[in-house]
Design a protein around this ligand. Structure first.
Ligand code: ZN
Length: 502
């Protein structure tokens, strides 16, 4: 059995290496590649994707998984070997249902589509991306149809990123959350807006980047196993547990952009750096779901990074970096500025309270497209109408409307946005559990110390990689299934105080 397990691991490492090479090509495309490299890069990514898919779904891995079943059943559920076999089988059974040609085409189309989007967005040109979006929708439907028997066509797409969740379960959680959010948003936006002009002065790029890197090193992001570069749309990517990179974007006239995106991506990266090194190169060596991943990025970005306690320590340091801009601005004004709640256009810049409305809008629109209830060419109108009804404003153009997020321009429509709001919900639930275990965490944060929190997250979440599903992990860590109650408590406490809500 040990020999069979070694053979399985060998094959899985080869698949991993092909995927890691593709990830590196994608990272390069998003950071340093000149535009002329785009057509060949799309082909190169598709080639690697095809090879990885063929290798993974060929008969060898299936036979090894069959042969290893008795061994798996003889082991406890939590053992590393049993978990590796179980998770590999789940992925294998999913991937064998997808024709290699479709996987390669989605990859090729995704790379082309991304390139077109990077040019169409600055030009405010929806017509240019329209045929690409239509093809993405068609490919996404084909992908979903590889898994017949679903209740909703988006279910198989959601299962890719948030295994265990469906349209029905997500819609129920979102519905409950929405009932709490709408009155909070109304109560806050009825008040005069907070003054965030201090964030909109001129802040030199290099100093912004250096400050962000200092913060995330203190969080626990290991720069010997990572680095940060600039891109259009920030992301985290991993080539091995020893090389987990992040990207950011800087606006010299908006201090919050790079700062919080750096904390956010570092949250993702610390999760990946913290996986048990014994899982290197194997399917267990990554975060377990997009919701769980997002909970870790939002925890560091918002629950920690936008807390008053965090700035009790870091604000004077920031003032030293930018004395002209900030020396006259008191901590409380700055704290209110970084937590300004307003109806706004851009999801990634949205405050914690309205953010989820941006996500729900996208989730509902992509369901409508997948169901065939909304034509892609009508998407900008539908976007505008929904934006007005939910956020009380209309986007002035496509650039800051329907073209703002990269997700629909990477080859697939559906199955991604729900993870953001699930992440917010889980971040509060996990943080409550961390505080229960270590009530001194907030005091440590006020002293710029994050070791206890980072250590607790490593032991309870990061280390396990994909061994447990998101729902198993939430139950283990918090003693409860997914619940919105901690998140509502968190929002009501923080914003109740900031905006004197009853
Ligand atoms: Zn994220």
């Amino acid at each position: 059995m040990e020999k069979k397990l070694d053979q399985l691991k060998q094959r899985l490492l080869e698949v991993n290496d092909l995927n890691a090479a593709a990830a590196l090509l994608y990272w390069d495309q998003s950071t340093y590649m000149p535009p002329g490299g785009a057509p060949a890069r799309a082909r190169q990514l598709a080639t690697l994707q095809r090879l990885a898919h063929e290798k993974f779904t060929g008969p060898a891995i299936g036979k090894l998984l069959d042969a290893l079943r008795p061994y798996e059943e003889s082991l406890p559920y939590e053992s590393d070997d049993a978990s590796l076999i179980r998770v590999t089988r789940r992925l294998y059974e999913r991937e064998v249902k997808v024709p290699t040609e479709l996987a390669a085409e989605m990859s090729r189309h995704g790379a082309e589509s991304y390139q077109v989007w990077t040019e169409a967005r600055p030009d405010n040109d929806f017509e240019r991306v329209l045929p690409y979006l239509e093809k993405s929708l068609d490919l996404s439907r084909q992908l979903a149809d590889c898994f017949p028997g679903y209740d909703h066509i988006a279910d198989p797409l959601i299962a890719y990123s948030d295994y265990g969740m469906t349209v029905a379960t997500v819609a129920q959680v979102f519905g409950e959350l929405r009932e709490h959010l709408v009155p909070i948003v109304q109560a806050i936006t009825a008040q005069p807006p907070a003054d965030d002009s201090c964030l909109r002065l001129l802040y030199a790029e290099d100093q912004q980047l250096a400050f962000g890197v200092d913060v995330i090193e203190r969080f626990g992001y290991d720069l010997k196993r990572g680095r940060q570069d600039k891109t259009h749309h920030p992301f985290e990517t991993k080539f091995s547990i020893g090389d987990v990179r992040i990207t950011t974007r800087v606006q010299e006239r908006f201090l919050a952009e790079a700062m919080f995106s750096t904390m956010h991506e570092a949250g993702h990266a610390m999760y990946e750096q913290g996986v048990n090194p014994a899982y290197e190169g194997l399917p267990l060596a990554r975060g377990t779901s997009s919701g769980m991943h997002e909970s870790q990025s939002r925890l560091w970005e918002n629950v920690v990074g936008r807390s008053r306690g965090f700035w009790v320590y870091f604000y004077s340091r920031l003032q030293q970096v930018f004395p002209e801009q900030l020396c006259e601005v008191p901590l409380d004004v700055f704290y209110k500025a970084i937590n300004k709640v307003e109806r706004s256009l851009i999801r990634t810049d949205a405050d914690e309270v309205t953010y989820n409305l941006h996500v729900m809008l996208r989730f509902d629109l992509e369901l409508a497209m997948l169901e065939g209830a909304l034509e892609v060419r009508d998407l900008p109108d539908a976007w505008r109408a929904r934006f007005e009804s939910d956020l009380g404003m209309a986007p002035p153009d496509h650039r800051d409307g329907v073209l703002q997020d990269v997700h629909w321009f990477m080859g697939q429509i559906g199955g991604v946005f729900q993870g953001y709001t699930l992440g917010n919900i889980i971040s509060a639930q996990v943080y409550e559990a961390a505080l229960k275990a270590h009530p001194a965490i907030p005091d440590e944060i006020e002293e710029g110390e994050f070791g206890t929190l980072h250590g607790w997250l490593s032991d309870n979440i990061y280390r396990h990689g994909r061994k447990f599903t998101a729902s198993e992990l939430i139950e283990r860590v918090t003693g409860q299934p997914l619940t919105i109650a901690p998140y509502i408590r968190y929002l009501k406490t923080k914003y109740g105080e900031l905006y004197n809500l009853r």
